[in-house]
Design a protein around this ligand. Structure first.
Ligand code: ADP
Length: 303
């Protein structure tokens, strides 16, 4: 019996297009959360480039994929910084719009000494894309091998992007994150080839009508389920976990790359589990995203 070869991505890797949310993450650390009307002092203030879409774009670029984003930032200092951060990673920002008189998307995150967090998200420029805005940029979608979507962009824009890709035969991967508060429209799900959820999102969606669903299971790994009931599960990689922020984003990007490269379900899950696990070994969101060589070393057992 021959053992299965270690999963690898081809060179060049598949082309990934994202309709991406792009956020400035402002993180303050405090001893406790303030009660209503109370003022507390923070230990520290840090700023990070974030947003699920931008994180996934950077993760895919670090795996060696050509990546293009459709997205918006505000005409503020944060917007220029976020734009530059994506360009520094080699992400094609030709379809990134700077929206006048609009703040960039911002997440205000308070973390207390117990590690619990409170998050307030200001959509800002991320609320700008509508169906027509996406249709005007359809060429970036049809030039890709896979369209990677999340639910931090307006649903009408997500739906328009999925429709364009579906019509053009471009694979559509929808990461239904953050957990939807309304049922996803049937017209959207009909255009989705692979739906990716974590366990919280799976609960929020209930019974899912999709061709194939990948569910992430934290440290336990992930599961792939086809509409006909066929199922594959791959255990997670045991790592020394420091911070799970962006593990789901790393997983999503790696799954998009390996699935679009034609990997079978078990190999695609293995590749994505390894990428997600490595993102847990370092603090932060984009700062923790691994490069292809690190992922393939972990898969080969040579890290
Ligand atoms: P999310 O970050 O979206 O909540 P999960 O917690 O399920 O999603 O994590 C996504 C993936 O990252 C998992 O499927 C797994 O591959 C990897 N992962 C997450 N936590 C760990 C961990 N503690 N150890 C190893 N891998 C992990």
């Amino acid at each position: 019996m021959t053992s299965k070869p270690t999963p690898r991505l081809p060179d060049p890797a598949p082309r990934i297009c994202l309709l991406a949310s792009i956020n400035l993450d402002l993180v303050v650390r405090t001893e406790t959360f303030p009660s209503p009307g109370e003022t507390v002092h923070a230990h520290s203030l840090q700023r990070y480039a974030g947003g699920k879409g931008a994180n996934q774009a950077v993760a895919a670029a670090r795996l060696g994929a050509p990546v293009a984003v459709l997205g918006c930032v505000g005409d503020d200092e944060a917007g220029s910084w976020l734009h530059q951060a994506l360009q520094n990673e080699g992400v094609d920002c030709s379809d990134l719009e700077i929206v006048p008189d609009c703040p960039s998307g911002t997440a205000l995150i308070t973390v207390d000494d117990r590690g619990d967090n409170h998050i307030v998200v200001v959509a800002g420029a991320n609320a700008h894309p509508c169906a027509e805005w996406v249709q005007q940029r359809g060429a970036a979608i049809t030039a890709a091998d896979v369209l990677l979507l999340q639910l931090e962009s307006p649903l009408a824009a997500v739906q328009a992007a999925a429709h364009i890709a579906h019509q053009a035969g471009v694979r559509v991967l929808l990461n239904a994150a953050p957990a939807p508060t309304v049922a996803l429209p049937a017209e959207l799900l009909a255009c989705v080839d692979l739906l990716l959820v974590n366990q919280v999102e799976a609960m929020a969606l209930g019974k899912i009508e999709a061709q194939r669903v990948v569910t992430t299971l934290g440290a336990q790994g992930s599961r792939w389920t086809e509409a006909d009931g066929a199922q594959w599960t791959r255990a997670g990689y045991p790592v020394s976990c420091v911070d799970t922020t962006a593990a789901g984003d790393a997983f999503a990007a790696a799954l998009a790359c390996s699935w679009a490269a034609g990997a079978d379900p078990e190999s695609a899950l293995a590749y994505a589990n390894a990428t997600g696990a490595l993102a847990c070994t370092r603090p932060g969101a984009q700062a923790s995203l691994p490069y292809r060589e690190q992922v393939e070393n972990l898969l080969r057992g040579t890290d």
